[in-house]
Design a protein around this ligand. Sequence first.
Ligand code: MN
Ligand code: MN
Length: 295
Amino acid sequence: MFIHNKRLQYTVRVARPNPGLANLLLEQFGGPQGELAAACRYFAQGLGEDDPGRKDMLMDIATEELSHLEVIGSLIAMLNKGAKGQLAEATQSEAELYRSLNGPGNDSHVTQLLYGGGPALINSAGQLWTAGYIENVGDPSADLRTNIAAEARAKIIYERLINVTDDPDVKDALGFLMTREVAHQQSFEKALYSMQANFPPGKLPGMPAFANTYFNMSQGEGDMRGSWNSDENFEYVSDRDKQHSVDGGDGSASVQQLDQAELADLQALVSRTASDPLADPQTGVDLGAGAPPAR
Ligand code: MN
Ligand code: MN
């Protein structure tokens, strides 16, 4: 169950209304790296988790992310307070209101006109939030890696938002949210490595002949060696003839068994649509070709 505590996880103060900044903060309310996506990602993982330690951690962090959603949404609502009343009550001139929506550095017209200044589940460009932001596959060694990457991305978005904000109170609250993503990343890393077998993800091992091979597929000036492709860690394959048909076969694609009816249909299709290398048909390109009309 969920209960709601009326106190926020972190106190929200903003110096003054700023609808343009509110619009940017939507990135972490309804965007792909935002708090709703994070909460839903960990909540769905937690419901399906059978390991008691991971289940507890996922539910703790999912619930904290909802609390972050509340903080970032409250920041957006406070930053929109001025514009919200002005637009609803229309006590200013049309020109003043128009400028307040479209003034320099203020790209908030969609959130103001369509959503009335309330925090909307969209990103800063107006893209609707979607469950497609969540990529759970139901395997802890894969999903924990997703979580680690997601926390890293969320941290970066907060960092960018902090860099474009000069309101010290907004900076402070964003700094808290950013810091919590760093803490979450640490928990997910620890949880991943506390699983004794966590690589490769899943149960099946890779094929030994290819599991530690590095194919130097892009060749030319700029080829570079490092631990990611070193002879110490990988078998480095540059020979073009050793990059194809690596199974030892002929590198072609075929079906071993097609029944007679399938084969007959396929052959009929192939002969009906066969191209004639001797034909040079006149086409619309030829008919329409010519000098442009004189002007
Ligand atoms: Mn968060
Ligand atoms: Mn987080």
